[in-house]
Structure formats: structure tokens, C-alpha cells
Design a protein around this ligand. Structure first.
Ligand code: SAM
Length: 349
């Protein structure tokens, strides 16, 4: 009896203290989330999410959402403040989903967060995510290992410069290289790697705006590229020159400005969703925090109603000519003509 009492007291204690899930959200494509993470996010009372977590993913969950990244008003959430925020919610007895880009244990500071939870007696679990290297390699056709070509791989950091290591593995993937890419390339060359080694820089991996730059170590060291975050640098002989023509780049990127998306099959299209309403959350305003959509990567835009056209027009005055515009019906077509002064195709459903 006493044992039961004790265990129910423990349960009660655990309930009062809440429970924390440290979750990897994957590198960007919102579908690269594990089934377990999806279930936990649905059950959570609060989601604390980082910079690189896709806002499209966040928008799916109707709970309190707190942004703990760095973009808003250049406000920087220091790790101590994040730890405090996690503890605060857990102490209120909540189920806390701590959602991080990629995998929490690969350059994700997940180790520090569990340390704090342990010290404070808060229960937790870790749900792994697809790390950026895996996402980038899969979406650009770079096998990290390949029989007879590459039998070892290392994940390294390009930041800070003082921490750049050059291990002796066949493939090396460098994270956090946006501002240090040339320091990394120089370090690799100084370590004696052949100037003809294949190198690839992958920006925004698994996202509609994924961009790849490929060349040899010698070519890329000429400093002709500007690299923007998030970016990875991959070095390895399993990189083929054909990676630009990868399966992901072959798909058309269609921006869905609201409405039914079933017109666009997933074999041919990558669907990019335009927000038709603000994301409701405690500390996040979509247009303020999200990097604006880069229309250079968009092939088509689909408007399902006049309201979608009006919402879109609030953010864009004109669209690049190369983008094909599709509207669901003639009223939407007329609205587009009125607001953008351009005749467009009308796709009757
Ligand atoms: C602080 S680390 C977090 C890594 C994350 N925990 C993971 O497992 O992918 C941030 C770095 O991850 C890499 N990264 C994350 N998402 C990426 C993406 N979609 N494309 C390219 N690099 C990405 C970039 O190098 C970025 O600077």
C-alpha cells in the first residue's frame, strides 16, 4: 500500500514538474519530422522553438509557441535564458516540446539542456531529428559513404575559426560555415588535401530555395562565392558533378497562396505554402521573423481565391516574369488582373 502511495506521490510530483521533450525538427522540409515527434508536438502544452525550425511546421500546432531564436529585433536568446524558459514551463507542470533544427545532439546544444533538466529533477526524453548533413546529402545526391570511394565521414564545425578541425576522413561535412567558408577551405588545403578534391556548398538544404555550389577545392578557394546561412560545406570524392541535376532540383517549386493543393502532385512539385493568416503564437509574428520568401526559386504561384490574391498583394507589388501564375477560377483571375495589372492563366478546377 505504502509502495503504491509512494509511486502515486512520485507520479504527482512528476506531473507537477512537467516533462520536457527535446526534439529534432530536421533540416527544413517540414515532412522530415519523425512520427514520434509529430505525436509529441500534438500533445505538448508549449513549443519552444529555434531559428532553423521551419515556420510551416510550427504553424501546424495549435498550442502556445515561443520563439527562442535570434532573429526578432536582433534580440538574442542566450542559452541560459532558454534553459530558464524551459524550466519555467516545466515547473508549471506543462508538457514542454523543445524543438530544435536538425538533430538536438549535433551542434544543437541538446547536451546542455538535458544537463540543466537533470540538475533540476525534471523528466525528459530526446527525440532525434534528421541532421542537416543527412538532409543536404539526400537532397543533393551526395552519398556520405560509398563502396570503394568513401568509407568514413566526419561532422565538424566551421565556427569559430579557432575550432576548425580537419580530420582524416573520406567525407567531411562542415556546419556553420556561412562566414568562415574560406577559412575552412584554407585549413583543409593546408592539411594536404588535394586541390582537385570535390567540394560542395549547400545552402538551405531540403528547402524550396536549396542552392548548391560545386567545384574543386582549388576552384572554390578563389573566393568567388558569397555564402548565406544556413549552409554546409561538404568535401568528398563521392560528390559528382551531376549533383546540380539532382532529383530535388528537377521538381517545380509552386507557391500555394492559399486553398486546396491537390492539383499539384508531389512527384512533379514542391509545394511552398504562403501564410494566409498570421501564425498565432506568443512571441512570433510570421512576417517579422521569417525570412521573406525568395521568389527567385519559385516557378509557379497558385491562387485559389480573390482573398488569397489580396493577401499576397499586401506583401508583393510585382512578381518576376518567369513565374507562371495559376488561378482557380475567373473571379480570382480578375482580381489578379485588377491588383497586379497582368493577364494570367486561369485553371478551372
Ligand atoms: C547550430 S547548427 C545546428 C545544427 C542542427 N542541430 C542539425 O543537426 O542540423 C546550425 C548549422 O546547421 C547547418 N544547417 C542547419 N539547417 C541547414 C539547412 N537547411 N541547410 C544547410 N545547412 C543547415 C548550418 O551549417 C547551420 O549554420
Amino acid at each position: 500500500m505504502n509502495a503504491i502511495k509512494n509511486s502515486s506521490a512520485k507520479c504527482h510530483e512528476a506531473e507537477k514538474r512537467g516533462y520536457v521533450y527535446i526534439i529534432g525538427a530536421g533540416p527544413g522540409d517540414p515532412e522530415l519530422l519523425t512520427i514520434k515527434a509529430e505525436r509529441v508536438l500534438r500533445e505538448a502544452d508549449v513549443i519552444l522553438y529555434d531559428d532553423l525550425v521551419s515556420i510551416e511546421l510550427i504553424a501546424r500546432y495549435n498550442v502556445l509557441k515561443i520563439y527562442t531564436g535570434k532573429r526578432k529585433d536582433n534580440h538574442h536568446f542566450e542559452q541560459d535564458a532558454i534553459n530558464e524558459e524551459i524550466l519555467r514551463h516545466a515547473r508549471e507542470g506543462k508538457t514542454v516540446a523543445r524543438l530544435k533544427g536538425g538533430d538536438p545532439f549535433i551542434f544543437g546544444r541538446g547536451g546542455e539542456e538535458i544537463e540543466v533538466l537533470r540538475q533540476n529533477g525534471i523528466g525528459y526524453e530526446i527525440i532525434p531529428g534528421i541532421t542537416a548533413a543527412q538532409g543536404a546529402c539526400a537532397y543533393t545526391e551526395i552519398p556520405m559513404t560509398m563502396r570503394k570511394v568513401s568509407s568514413s565521414v566526419a561532422f565538424c564545425t566551421g565556427h569559430p575559426v579557432s575550432k576548425i578541425q580537419v580530420p582524416d576522413t573520406d567525407t567531411i561535412v562542415y556546419y556553420m560555415v556561412a562566414s568562415t567558408v574560406y577559412d575552412v577551405l584554407d585549413a583543409v588545403a593546408q592539411k594536404g588535401r588535394d586541390e582537385n578534391s570535390a567540394v560542395s556548398i549547400v545552402q538551405n538544404a531540403t528547402r524550396y530555395n536549396q542552392k548548391i555550389v560545386t567545384g574543386t577545392l582549388g576552384e572554390l578557394r578563389k573566393r568567388a562565392q558569397t555564402v548565406s546561412s544556413p549552409a554546409l560545406l561538404i568535401i568528398g570524392e563521392s560528390i559528382k558533378q551531376v549533383i546540380k541535376d539532382n532529383w530535388y532540383s528537377k521538381k517545380k517549386k509552386v507557391l500555394i497562396a492559399g486553398g486546396d493543393t491537390s492539383l499539384f502532385n508531389t512527384v512533379e512539385f514542391i509545394k511552398v505554402h504562403f501564410p494566409d493568416k498570421q501564425v498565432e503564437c506568443a512571441d512570433h509574428d510570421w512576417m517579422e521573423n521569417e525570412v521573406p520568401l525568395d521568389l527567385d526559386f519559385i516557378d509557379e504561384i497558385y491562387f485559389s481565391s480573390p482573398a488569397c490574391v489580396r493577401n499576397f498583394r499586401k506583401h508583393y507589388n510585382a512578381l518576376p516574369e518567369k513565374i507562371a501564375i495559376k488561378t482557380a477560377d475567373q473571379i480570382t483571375q480578375a482580381e489578379y488582373l485588377k491588383l497586379f495589372s497582368v493577364e494570367v492563366d486561369c485553371r478551372i478546377l
